[in-house]
Design a protein around this ligand. Sequence first.
Ligand SMILES: [Mg+2]
Length: 335
Amino acid sequence: MKYPTLIDTQQLFREHDHPVKAGLDPKCRSTKPLCPDSFAKVIKNIDTFIFDADGVLWLGESVMPGSPRLIDYLVKHNKQIIVLTNNATKSRAVYAKKLAKLGYNSSKMNKNNLVNPAAVVADTLHRSGLDGKRVYLIGEQGLRDEMDELGIEYFGHGPEKKQNEEAASGAFMYDIKLEENVGAVVVGYEKHFDYTKMMKAANYLREEGVLFVATNEDETCPGPNPEVVIPDAGPIVAAIRCASGRDPLTVGKPCTPAFNYIKRKWNINPSRTMMIGDRTNTDVKFGRDHGMKTLLVLSGCHQIEDIIENQMNERDDMVPDYVAPCLGALVPERM
Ligand SMILES: [Mg+2]
């Protein structure tokens, strides 16, 4: 199989000819392009690799060509593999099945090597001790599955009952029905999100002791048609933040709860860990903020132009250590 040839990053920086000469100016944090030879040297100092999923391991429902081979190569070198996605709509078990279906090594990439915000939310609630209180949930099946696994009770997900004419005209606003014994409001992507849900969430959050936990704050999610914007959890969280006047504990990348979860579970050494992803503001920032090495692959969302923009804006936290066209481009011809 043919993979894209390695992009000469410095050449690209020169072509863009922007004022700070990012990557050439010693004041600027630079990004090194990787090829199979240089990658083989880099991995000597890395024990654990954390992979984002969409745009890295798969693209929608298709496998990213070459990525399973790269995983096999790292496994052969006794590296630890962790998958960290920001998608909470499905559980880890469902993602594990998807990886196996796409041809990934299922003994090294299964539910036990996967992390998603749904699992981190459930773990956070479980450890915070809800004292038998219930969760008001705005979220999809993945959150429900992970909370079920830890015996956390929730309600509120799914479509709201249709208001009748009178209620729709405004009367329902003064007569909103709130449940008793709510200990937390959990907010993630949910396609049935609407005004009533926003109102209920904001009202539950009036109680100071009620936790406000969000899965992730990605603005949009990738879809099959690049012409169509698909809002992710970010805009939903923003609406409830605005209506309630409270800030959530957000668990997904680039935030720290996901890192703490991984640190607790695998006891990783950040300086010997590499975060690999396709976004600078979630994957790279997550790695940089938590002391890991970072690699941006150009097979998904962000491109060289985005690295340059981050350098120009002095956003070192979003400038990766390394860049490669895709994972497949890092596999040596003979493994
Ligand atoms: Mg991604």
